[in-house]
Design a protein around this ligand. Structure first.
Ligand code: PXP
Length: 254
């Protein structure tokens, strides 16, 4: 199991991003029949054994995939780091304070969306978010804000007191050509530098897969990669252990 994201290579200590695996879509498959399988707890155990440094679940307001029961069982079984993604609502704050995940990531949430579409507009509501974030952090749970790689959002995130930002890599991942992908990559690079310079810790995620992850993983300020759909899709065909291990290998090599 990975305990630290520092490795020694050629006598130099270098940082490598840690992979956290989002297992929402294991629950999506189970909810397709509203039955008992596949079991998200089993997927989390296998992901950890395969080298994942964390497990992520998004408890959505409509409970379309992860259920309250999953979150509670995962709290008891995850050995690495449990990251609870959630909307900044009163209900979710109460649940997070009860369950006490290792970190909370605040995301925007719309009922009709297929997945989280954009970053949280922190700049528009920094002072309300400040109080929300503090309440959770005062309970010993660090908060991360999922934001677009945008200077304004990073600066506002700092003002809320949150310890982390997770940079939204969706526009990079979904760019329709290499010129646009390059442009989006540079936004992420600059946002990561700015966030780190302000003392924020930096993660990245959304739309990352086995082909596009390496460039993001190589950004020195990015400490953590949060990946779900591509790993679970690969796992459906080659198995969870192999799918996670292949991503760990891709994100750990220098
Ligand atoms: N990070 C956040 C904040 C997310 O909302 C999601 C999607 O649930 C992810 C990362 C993972 O995205 P993907 O499933 O596209 O890898």
């Amino acid at each position: 199991m990975i305990k630290s994201n520092k490795i020694t290579l050629f006598q130099e200590e270098i940082e490598v991003p840690r992979l956290s695996v989002n297992i929402d879509h294991i629950a999506t498959l189970r909810q397709a029949r509203k039955g008992a399988e596949p079991e998200p707890v089993a997927a989390a155990v296998i992901a950890e054994l395969a080298g994942a440094a964390g497990i992520i679940v998004h408890l959505r307001e409509d409970r379309r995939h992860i259920q309250d029961r999953d979150l509670r069982l995962l709290r008891q079984t995850v050995q690495t780091r449990l990251n609870l993604e959630m909307a900044a609502t009163d209900e979710m704050q109460r649940i997070s304070l009860e369950v006490k995940p290792d970190i909370v990531t605040l995301v925007p949430e719309k009922r009709e969306e297929l997945t989280t579409e954009g970053g949280l507009d922190v700049a528009a509501r920094a002072s309300a978010l400040h109080d929300y974030v503090q309440r959770i952090q005062n309970a010993g749970i660090p908060v991360s804000l999922f934001v677009d790689p945008d200077e304004k959002q990073i600066a506002a995130s700092k003002k809320t007191g949150a310890r982390w930002v997770e940079l939204h890599t969706g526009a990079y991942a979904n760019a329709e050509n290499e010129t646009k992908r390059d442009r989006e990559f540079h936004k992420i690079l600059e946002a990561a530098k700015l966030a780190a310079s302000l003392g924020l810790r930096v993660g990245a995620g959304h739309g990352l897969n086995y082909v596009n992850v390496k460039r993001i993983a190589d950004i020195p300020e990015v400490e953590e990669l949060n990946i779900g759909h591509s790993i679970i899709s690969h796992a459906a065909l080659v198995g969870m252990e192999r799918a996670v291990r292949e991503m760990v290998d891709l994100t750990s090599s220098n």
